[in-house]
Write a protein that binds this ligand. Sequence first.
Ligand code: TA6
Length: 290
Amino acid sequence: SDSNGFSRAPAYSYWLRQKETKEADVVFCRCDRGVLEGEQPGAAVCQAVFDGKKAIRGGIPFVFPQFGAWTFGPGHGFARVIRWTVDKSPERLPSGDVEAIFSLMDNEFTRSMWNYPFRLTYRLILREKELHFNIGVYNPSKEHTFSFNLLLHTYFKVPDVRRCQITGLHGCTFIDKTRDNQIFQEGRDVVTVCEWTDRIYQNTQPEHIITNVVSGRKMRVQKYNFPDTVVWNPWLEKARDIPDFGDDEFPNMICVESGHVSSPVILLPGTAFEASQILQVRSYLLSAGL
Ligand code: TA6
């Protein structure tokens, strides 16, 4: 929320603020070492800019309707910088889960960049060791089809990125943005990151296990209707070029992003598209092997 000084992306700020669970800390936030509202100065200076033009780096920015640079509006689209409506404030259900629902509709601002009527719903469910993200995109038009990209740009906080392993990418083709968008095929059973990495893996497995996220734990990422998985770390040189990214922070984050980006979703009039992701922190016992 704005008053907390966090990104407007509802998912991660809410998770981050779940004081009841230690698991909240698995998502990397650019403000981790920064000064938040109400804190005494003396902590490291936060370089994140909260001006409504760009999302605060970290958390889970919501990428829609464009992935990457965009001629008509902000890079990665407008959904990560715009104010969403809270349809249902976080509420504990009889099951013990906590549910919150957000929505976003077209308005003058979105129409100035992308002239389509749309409705996005974003339902979050927090369960012990799990966070569910359910997304719906609806095209209310009677005549116009539109196409879009959708992606959850999840930043994971990690003790040392070089020690993370990511499963579920073996055999997949990937677009390598660090090598002029050339296409390669992944030959490794588990992918590791030891340099600047910016890849769009295509038709990936519906599940990834990422080892060695915060506290050495494992993270299970399950996804539905998100055929692509983006893996990103800017490494030192690129981090230096990013003003709101500390030069020494690249070893402590990895982005593993579920999305529909290497081809657009085409939505016919009166139809809806649904996609979801579940993040689950796995206990040591459950995760034998990887
Ligand atoms: O998802 C990977 C990526 O598109 C990279 O190319 C890199 O630019 C990154 O996202 C961060 O984008 P941002 O607009 O948040 O600076």
